[in-house]
Design a protein around this ligand. Sequence first.
Ligand SMILES: [Zn+2]
Length: 292
Amino acid sequence: MAQPLFGQPRAVVEAALPRREPVDCPICGVPPVPFAIDYQGFRLARCSRCGLELHSPRPPADDLARALYTDEYHRAHEATVSPVQRAMFGRQLDRLERLTGHRGDLLDVGCGAGAFLRFASERGWRVFGMDIVLSPLAAGSATGLWRGPLESIDFGDRKFAAVRFNQVLEHTPDPLVQLRRARELLDEGGVLLVAVPNLAGVSARIKSWQSRLGLKRHRWRHYAAVHHLWFFTPRTLARLMVVAGFGVTLRETPMPAPRGRFATAVTMYRRLLESWGLGSLLDIYAKAVPAP
Ligand SMILES: [Zn+2]
């Protein structure tokens, strides 16, 4: 099995991914301004108009797919649900059930090994999944499974009550294309959930300052720029969703539930950060706005 590129020395990464191409801000259509180079040589940039941060110039999408998203990308342990995931999945389904008003058809974009599909299916949702690397581990987890990028899959006239992107949108070459396709796939009153790492979370902010000040050996490692092409805050992700034709209904910055001896004290700290929008993850729920 090939070694994952994340964490490898710069020379290894540059040998595997030698090409770079510039990328414009998908919201504003302008070239971003560079602000850092990470420990693997990847370039981080920020749109001076809307503040969206992105990986640019970056390896072309085909090169990334070949180097990263191979048939071994999804590992066996991803097929089972850990206690931390159980809490996060449950939280997301609670919100989707409240916002849609029922347990209908749900499409999990980037379904991986199918852990979420099985979890949602047990709660009474009729589940469908797709992924650019469709793991054999996902077999049997859903009513329908497709392989390919979302924009290339023919779903016929099927529509969904919920479409979920969990830690997926930041990997895609063009997130606006993804969200516009999701909008077409939602039925009336359907809900989109986009969950990404929260770049405005307290943990990411601390690591960014450490990177700026040269206090980290692996500078900007928390951006995970080999896999992540976009780095969202609550403000920039909401802006992108609005541009794609959605109205935001709920915005949360959850943190994984703590376990162990100090769980009670950590839970209080976690709740405080979540209430201030400083949690490590970002979940935004939205509904399509009717076209004018
Ligand atoms: Zn912009």
